[in-house]
Design a protein around this ligand. Structure first.
Ligand code: NAP
Length: 282
C-alpha cells in the first residue's frame, strides 16, 4: 500500500520549529526576524497568498510589513520601494508577489532585491550559489519538496528522478537540488520525446506543469515515488494536482496528495528562509 506524504503535517512541524527559534532570538534580547511582502494590483489569488504569508508571520512571531500597491504603479516607484526595504534594518526578507503587471519587468525587480534578503531564492546570485553548491537562499517550493523527501527518509543517492516541468521557480532549481543530493535527474518539458518511457523508468517522478490528471498510472512503475506540484481546479471547482491520484496511488510506494502535499510546504520554507536571513546578521 502506498504511503501518503503528509505535507500539511510536516509544514505544521516546521512552523512550530520556526516559532521556537524566533522565541529564542527574542529571549536573547534580539529583534524578531522581519519580512516585507509586496503585492501589486488586485489579483485575488495573489491576495490570498500574501494574506496567508502575513498571517503565518504573526503566528510565528515574525515581524511583517505588507505593501499593497496600485496596479498602475511605475517600475521606478516599485524599484524605489525595494531599495528602501533593502536598507531597512527591521526587514530580513523581501518578497514581491508574482506575477507583476505587464508594464513591469519582473527580472529587473527580482534582481533589485539584495541577495541576502531574497527569501524567495529567485535572485540570480542565489540560483548561481545553488548551482555550485554554496549556501544561499533556496526557492521555497523545491526546497519544500526536498524537505518532504528528507523527513520521509527517502534516499536519493543514485536514484533516477524524472521532473516534468522546467520553470525557474520549480523544475530547474529542483533539478539542481536533487543533483546535489546525488540523484540522477532527467528534466522534461513540453518538447520532451517519449515522456512515458522516461517516467516509467524513474524511481521518483515529480510533476510541475499545471495540467489536471496529466500523469496516469500507465506512466509510472510499481513502487515508484510520485510528487505532485500542480495546483489546478477541476470542472467542479475542486483543487487538484497534475497526477491522476486515484489510479497512480495504486502503484506507488509514496505519493503526495493535492491539497495537503507540496502546497503547504512552500510557506513554511519562506518562513525558514526569513529566520535564516535574520540569524546570519546575529
Ligand atoms: P510554468 O512556469 O507554467 O511551466 C510549466 C512547465 O510545464 C513548462 O516547463 C512546460 O514546458 C511544461 N509543460 C507544459 N505542458 C507540458 C506537457 N504536456 N508535457 C511536458 N511538459 C509540459 O510552471 P510552474 O510555475 O512551475 O507551475 C507548475 C504547476 O505547479 C502549476 O500548477 C502551479 O500552480 C504549481 N505550483 C505550485 C506551487 C506550490 O506551492 N505547490 C508553487 C509553484 C507552482 P515548456 O518549458 O516547454 O513550455
Amino acid at each position: 500500500m502506498t504511503k501518503i506524504i503528509d505535507g500539511k503535517k510536516i509544514s505544521i512541524e516546521i512552523k512550530e520549529e520556526i516559532r521556537l527559534e524566533v522565541e529564542k532570538i527574542i529571549k536573547n534580547g534580539k529583534r524578531a526576524p522581519g519580512l516585507a511582502v509586496i503585492i501589486v494590483g488586485e489579483n485575488p489569488a495573489s491576495k490570498v497568498y500574501v494574506n496567508s504569508k502575513v498571517k503565518t508571520c504573526n503566528a510565528l512571531g515574525i515581524y511583517s510589513e505588507k505593501y499593497i500597491l496600485d496596479s498602475e504603479i511605475s517600475e521606478i516607484d516599485l524599484l524605489e520601494l525595494v531599495e528602501k526595504l533593502n536598507n531597512k534594518d527591521e526587514i530580513d526578507g523581501i518578497l514581491v508577489q508574482l506575477p507583476l503587471p505587464k508594464h513591469i519587468d519582473e527580472d529587473k525587480v527580482i534582481e533589485a532585491i539584495k541577495p541576502n534578503k531574497d527569501v524567495d531564492g529567485f535572485h540570480p546570485i542565489n540560483l548561481g550559489k545553488l548551482v555550485i553548491g554554496k549556501d544561499g537562499f533556496k526557492s521555497c517550493t523545491p526546497y519544500g519538496i526536498m524537505e518532504l523527501l528528507k523527513r520521509y527518509e527517502i534516499d536519493l543517492n543514485g536514484k533516477d528522478v524524472v521532473i516534468v516541468g522546467r520553470s525557474n521557480i520549480v523544475g530547474k532549481p529542483l533539478s539542481i537540488m536533487l543533483t546535489n543530493e546525488n540523484a540522477t535527474v532527467t528534466l522534461c518539458h513540453s518538447r520532451t520525446k517519449k515522456l512515458s518511457e522516461k517516467t516509467l523508468n524513474a524511481d521518483i517522478v515529480i510533476v510541475a506543469i499545471g495540467k489536471e490528471k496529466f500523469l496516469t498510472k500507465d506512466m509510472v512503475k510499481d513502487g515508484s515515488i510520485v510528487i505532485d506540484v500542480g495546483i489546478n481546479r477541476n470542472k467542479l471547482g475542486k483543487l487538484c494536482g497534475d497526477v491522476d491520484y486515484e489510479n497512480v496511488s495504486k502503484k506507488t510506494s509514496f505519493i503526495t496528495p493535492v491539497p495537503g502535499g507540496v502546497g503547504p510546504m512552500t510557506i513554511g520554507m519562506l518562513m525558514k528562509n526569513t529566520v535564516k536571513s535574520r540569524m546570519e546578521k546575529i
